[in-house]
Write a protein that binds this ligand. Structure first.
Ligand code: ADP
Ligand code: AMP
Length: 213
């Protein structure tokens, strides 16, 4: 099963993607996590990506598409995957579509996690992330068992540089301009499913499981 998570930054794509992956035993592929891991390891790609990420802008398509296509070519992706944060532009979606078509393959579902902009700033200011395993928490809504420590791998939790309110506003504008058109793109391919992302995370997941079957 191949799934794309759509939605604004902070809508809960990563949270739901992780739950889907745990249940269906397929990899969770987050281009944001891949960039952050490149930044942490001081790679050339990481250095280039950081310039854009710190400003709340999208990393150019050329860099992002190559990173993603390399990742999905891995053996662990042969039975499917959940894409979280990719595609974010129509050209990215077109490249993915073309690559899959070459393999006589396709995306099964594009799930749009809908959350109004008013809720997003609150969600992102309370987000804490594990840079080692990619798990995400929220200081009020979804706290870790032990403050500042990841439940999954025991590493330290941090606030992401791009979760500061001034960057969040920019990321939201970028989302509306460049990423939201993907909702209509996947609707026209008849694979769009919408869930109410303002519900409790377990209720959102229940709605997603009903869709995936
Ligand atoms: P995205 O991957 O779309 O950027 P995340 O999954 O990282 O979003 O979620 C953003 C923040 O909101 C995190 O702090 C996360 O713990 C929290 N969160 C996710 N889903 C919910 C929910 N249903 N209710 C409240 N908070 C949530
Ligand atoms: P995320 O972790 O998904 O919130 O992504 C964090 C940042 O990484 C984004 O604000 C972008 O700067 C960059 N990024 C992640 N995925 C993409 C993508 N598909 N296209 C362009 N930039 C991306």
């Amino acid at each position: 099963m191949k799934i794309i998570m759509l939605g604004a930054p902070g809508a809960g794509k990563g949270t739901q993607a992780q739950m889907i992956c745990d249940k269906y035993n397929i990899p969770h592929i987050s281009t944001g996590d891949l960039f952050r891991s490149n930044i942490k390891n001081g790679t050339e790609l990481g250095k280039k990506a950081k310039e854009y990420m710190d400003k709340g802008q999208l990393v150019p398509d050329e860099l992002t598409v190559e990173l993603l296509l390399d990742r999905v070519a891995n053996e662990d992706c042969k039975d499917g995957y959940v894409l979280d944060g990719f595609p974010r532009t129509i050209p990215q979606a077109d490249v993915l579509d073309k690559e899959l078509t070459k393999l006589s393959d396709k995306i099964d579902f594009a799930i749009d996690v809908e959350v109004p902009d008013e809720n997003i700033v609150r969600r992102m200011s309370g987000r804490r992330a594990c840079l080692k395993c990619g798990a995400t928490y929220h200081i009020e809504h979804i706290p870790p068992k032990q403050e500042g420590i990841c439940d999954r791998c025991g590493s330290e939790l941090v606030q992401r540089d791009d979760d500061k309110p001034e960057t969040v506003q920019n990321r939201l504008s970028v989302y509306h301009e460049q990423t939201q058109p993907l909702i209509e793109y996947y609707n026209s391919k008849n694979i769009l499913k919408t869930v109410d992302g303002t519900k409790d995370m377990n209720d959102v997941f229940e709605d997603i499981v009903k869709i995936l079957g």
